[in-house]
Design a protein around this ligand. Structure first.
Ligand code: UD1
Ligand code: UDP
Length: 362
């Protein structure tokens, strides 16, 4: 029997690893689930364990309010003992938790598997891009979501141990949409009519940490709101709450009539909000992917994306944060034909990963 150690720590890791964790739990190997503590508020963390009926982590650590270098260093120190005698360490995505887990596996001499390997924005100023590159270079097993991500890895001379398995975002969606529609009353609670509102999420460091960029984005939201005449529902990430305060932009945000700021929502509420939106405006990675599945058009408030598959099929356009550009993109995406195919697989990524892990452990 082998020993698998899976490390998660943030909202998207919990959501996208939930189906993978459940599939790994069904193997006849010991499977230890570790939470770094990078995200810690109820609505950024525990709510997803509840919504997705995911078991509690075997180990949960504290990282509250730490700067990035300490998130990485502390996680490496905290998780070292648990991961020390593992036969495989598994990390997901591109966060500081991912980087810490990858470096730790390397320093302990344990094999590493990376879920969502090979996606690239080709923008090395993003912390996420460097985290992905390092994790991929250190991995023995690489679970690439698409052929395009496999090709990105080949360009970096990573060709061994690469498996194209789709993206577990689709597993999470297929396993939870029906439950969400049955249980969530978010539309009634917020008094929303399907297709008569826009959904906005906005939290990237490069967008909110810079005052001028955040201010431009607020103008863009105001412009899209008045152009479409629709309310913009904005479940607001704690990083953005802090940035609005730090840049003294809270008043400017609350002056935008169409902008309805709400707490971050649980997964089931978010799925219902997303599925019924006329349009999604976002800088999130996960929402770009989910929009493909729901056939809801997306406008990405960034200059690049590591999800070019979403652009190729017309589900998504890049618009940055410049108000006229965002408004134009929103208008054209609202009119777009919404018949694209989903490029991220059929919702069997978790079981495919578990099969490959089982073969690896022998
Ligand atoms: C991290 C990831 C990002 C991902 C995002 C998902 C890195 C480098 N970035 O960014 O790729 O898109 O998670 O949401 O890892 N905070 C709270 N409560 C929480 C969580 C965070 O108040 O539950 C605060 C932190 O204290 C910090 C800020 O939000 O002040 C940013 O959190 P952090 O985890 O450092 O990065 P994210 O912006 O969440
Ligand atoms: N999400 C959620 N509630 C929210 C905002 C997002 O459940 O208020 C979910 C969303 O459905 C997606 C994931 O969180 O599955 C995306 O996480 P985030 O945008 O924080 O990270 P990223 O994908 O950009 O790394």
């Amino acid at each position: 029997m082998g020993r698998i150690v899976t490390i998660v720590g943030t909202r998207p890791e919990i959501i996208k690893m939930a189906p993978v964790v459940k599939a790994l739990d069904r193997l006849e190997h010991e499977h230890v689930l570790v939470h770094s503590g990078q995200h810690y508020d109820l609505v950024m963390d525990r709510i997803f364990f509840r919504d997705m009926q995911l078991r509690e982590p075997d180990h949960r650590f504290e990282l509250k309010e730490q700067p990035p270098y300490l998130q990485v260093a502390t996680t490496m120190r905290d998780v070292a003992e648990v991961a020390g005698n593992s036969d495989l360490v598994i990390v997901h995505g591109d966060t500081n938790t991912t980087l810490a887990g990858a470096l730790l596996a390397n320093k302990l001499g344990r094999p590493l598997a990376h879920v969502e390997a090979g996606i690239r924005s080709f923008d090395k100023t993003m912390p996420e891009e460097m985290n992905r590159i390092v994790a991929d270079q250190l991995s023995r097993i690489l679970f690439a979501p698409t052929e395009l991500s496999k090709a990105n890895l080949a360009r970096e001379n990573v060709t061994r141990g690469v498996h194209v398995v789709g993206n577990s975002v689709i597993d999470a969606l297929t396993q939870n949409v029906a439950v969400a529609e049955e249980r969530s009353d978010v539309l009634e609670r917020l008094e929303l009519t399907p297709r008569r509102y826009l959904l906005l999420t906005f939290h990237r460091a490069e967008n909110v940490d810079d005052k001028a960029r955040l201010a431009a984005a607020l103008d863009a939201f105001a412009s899209v709101g008045s152009e479409t005449g629709l309310p913009i529902i904005f479940p607001i990430h704690p990083r953005t709450v802090k940035a609005l305060r730090a840049h003294s932009l809270e008043r400017r945000a609350s002056d935008i009539q169409s902008l309805r700021r709400i707490e971050p929502t649980g997964y089931l509420d978010l799925l219902v909000l997303e599925k019924n939106a006329a349009l999604v405006l976002t800088d999130s990675g996960g929402l770009q992917e989910e929009c493909c599945f729901f056939r809801v058009p997306c406008v990405t408030l960034r200059e690049n994306t590591e999800r070019p598959e979403t652009l190729d099929i017309g589900a998504n356009v890049l618009a940055g944060t410049d108000p006229p550009r965002v408004t134009k993109a929103a208008r054209s995406q609202l009119d777009a034909k919404k018949d694209w195919p989903n490029p991220y697989g059929d919702g069997t990524t978790g079981t495919r990963i578990a099969t490959i892990v089982n073969e690896f452990l022998g």
